[in-house]
Every structure is written in C-alpha cells, then in structure tokens.
Design a protein around this ligand. Structure first.
Ligand code: URA
Length: 339
C-alpha cells in the first residue's frame, strides 16, 4: 500500500490518518470512487471482517478489506493504456443486455482496468484505460482541461458558419454544452465529415449538439483525449503509455498524483525495458521516438490531428505519433486478471 500522503497539521487535525475507503478501492482498479461508494452502500465491502455501510471511513492500508468476499487486490503503480475501441462494444463492466464489452475484448494478460470516461456503443477510436480509478477520475475532470477530439460523419448539410455557432457553447433540450471547435472537412454525397474538439465529454455530446444543427451522426471516431492520440493504433489494439510520458502529460497535476500513486522510478525503468508482448496483437512493442507535442492539462489545446476522412478502415492519414513513445504493456507475474 502506498503510504498516506503528507498532510498539513491543520488538515491532520481535522481528518483521521489514511485515505477514504472508496478512494482506496478505486486505486485498486476495481471501479471508480463513486462506484466504490455504491458498493459500500450496497453492503458489499468489509473492513476487518465487518460489513461497512458508510464511505465516511479512513483506512491506513493495514486493514483487511474485501469486496464481494474477495480480498482487495494490492495497489499497484498507476498505469495508463491507449486502446482502440471498435464499434459495437459497450464501455461498461457488465451489460444488462448482454452485449460484448470493451473489457471482454482486452488481451488476457491485462490487469484489471477501468476506462477513462465512456464511448457510446457505436463510437470507435481512442479510449484510455487505467488500473487506477483515481487516475481515471483525475483525467475525466473538466478542471484537467483536456480536449477530446472527434472525427464525425453525419447525414445532413451544414456550413462552416453554422458550426461557428458552437464556439460559444449551446443549450440543447435544457442541457448546456461548453464551447466546441468544429470544422467542416468535406461534403461527401449526403454526408458531411467534421472534426470536433470539446472539453467536457457530456453524455452523447457530439450527437446531441450536431442533432441540434440538423445533422444525424452515423460514424464517430475519437482521435485524441488530451495529449494522447489514437496515432497508429489498430482497431482492438492496446498499448501502454510509459509512466514517464504519463507524468509529463499530467503536468501540474503530476506532483500530487506521483506522491500518491504513479509508479516509482524502478517500475518506470521496468516499463521501458519491458519486451514481453502483452496480447494477441502485440508485435514486440518497439517504442516510437518523439516527445509529446500537444497540450498539458489546462494549457493550450493540442493541435488538431489532421486526419483524412476515414471512409474505410485504415483510411485515416497517419500523423506522427504525437504522444511520445508507447509500447505494449509488459507481463507482470502478479498481474491480476479481470473477473
Ligand atoms: N459524443 C457522443 O455523442 N458519443 C460518444 O461516444 C462520444 C462523444
């Protein structure tokens, strides 16, 4: 367990030692903090043999914690993966309708991971995955200020002037959406191809906002999430972001996060040296060169990845991989399989 972070004397006087139980469960990669609070409310968590019903509990790492009768896995250094989600997969651990999930399709030697936000079932492209629910929370926060960039094909007609209206934000059926940068890339028969950059990632944001302009989205591809880009990932492929790159990109948030969760130096070295293929699609994981060139949290938004219209799979123009060296996650002897 990571030692509890140093706190100011004033804070220490207010709160007991340790971390909130929901945060500790999230860090173990079981789920998000909010979902952990629900697990607790549902009576599925025990601490030292007793079922707890309130998340208002701090734990120090010395307690025996179980979720659904299973010991809480030991906290591992936070890791982040880029994954190319294919359309048709739901971004949820278990789908009540029994549809295939993103997590069903991951290589068998991936540890337990949670997604950084969600993509709709028919959306494809970049989905970030992490073994640390707290890192997921940080990356999703609007205050992190990261732009999500999408390539969109939509049925209908629109002009660049219409799209400019989105710059100031728009309200659709009572929901306020923040500023959106939208570019009309080309008209193709009765469809248009657009590139959109937005910072919030509200539920079905692209579809709802474009719907308000009279467009019906029929293909949606996420190209980037903050500084992390789809790059040359192939559908279904997953590659770990080296911790060094992750820390660089976390920018101002890194100090706080590193103190609590991200891999210590020795683990980062292992990552860089990791040669073992991590899954059926892995091909040796040769790191690519280059430093990330795009925005840090709350900084300047990254330059758009000017992809070509992806009419067919693989038709995207491949830009330089702007998010620095990436390689396959290495196999860990103690890697946990997802349930
Ligand atoms: N906007 C949508 O409408 N759907 C997604 O999956 C992502 C953004």
């Amino acid at each position: 367990m990571t030692p509890a972070p140093t706190r100011s004397p004033a804070k220490a006087a207010e709160t007991p030692d340790g971390d909130r139980i929901a945060k500790v469960i999230a860090r173990a990669g079981i789920c998000s903090r909010r979902e952990a609070e629900k697990l607790i409310a549902d009576g599925r968590v025990t601490v030292n043999g007793k079922v707890i019903s309130s998340p208002a509990l701090n734990v120090t790492g010395r307690e025996k914690i179980t979720v659904d009768g299973k010991d809480l896995p030991a906290q591992e250094p936070a890791r982040l993966w880029r994954y190319y989600k294919e359309p048709g997969l739901v971004t949820t651990a278990r789908d009540p309708e029994g549809r295939p999930t993103v997590f069903d399709k991951l290589p068998g030697d991936m540890p337990r991971v949670v997604s950084v936000g969600r993509l709709d079932v028919n959306t494809e492209g970049l989905l970030l995955l992490t073994n640390d629910g707290e890192l997921a929370r940080l990356l999703e926060l609007p205050s992190t200020g990261w732009t999500r960039r999408y390539r969109v094909r939509a049925f209908g007609a629109v002009t660049q002037a219409d799209l400019e209206r989105l710059k100031g934000g728009i309200t659709v059926e009572g929901v306020r959406y923040g500023p959106i940068e939208a570019t009309l890339d080309k008209v193709q028969g009765s469809n248009v191809w657009l590139t959109l950059g937005l910072k919030e990632g509200k539920n079905r944001e692209v579809k709802r906002v474009l719907g308000a302009l009279g467009l019906r989205v029929n293909r949606l591809i996420r190209l980037s999430f903050g500084p992390f880009q789809i790059g040359d990932l192939q559908p279904g492929e997953v590659k770990q972001v080296p911790n060094r790159v992750l820390m660089d990109q976390l920018g101002a948030h890194a100090a706080q996060f590193e103190q609590e969760t991200v891999a210590p130096r020795h683990a980062q070295k292992q990552d860089r040296a990791g040669k073992k293929p991590s899954g059926p699609k892995s091909g040796g994981g040769k790191p690519s060169a280059g430093k990330p060139s795009s925005g840090k949290p709350a900084g300047k938004p990254p330059r758009p990845h000017r992809a070509g219209a992806p009419d067919k799979k693989g038709d995207r123009k491949r830009g330089p991989e702007q998010n620095g060296p990436m390689h396959k996650g290495k196999s860990h002897a103690d890697r946990r399989r997802r349930p």
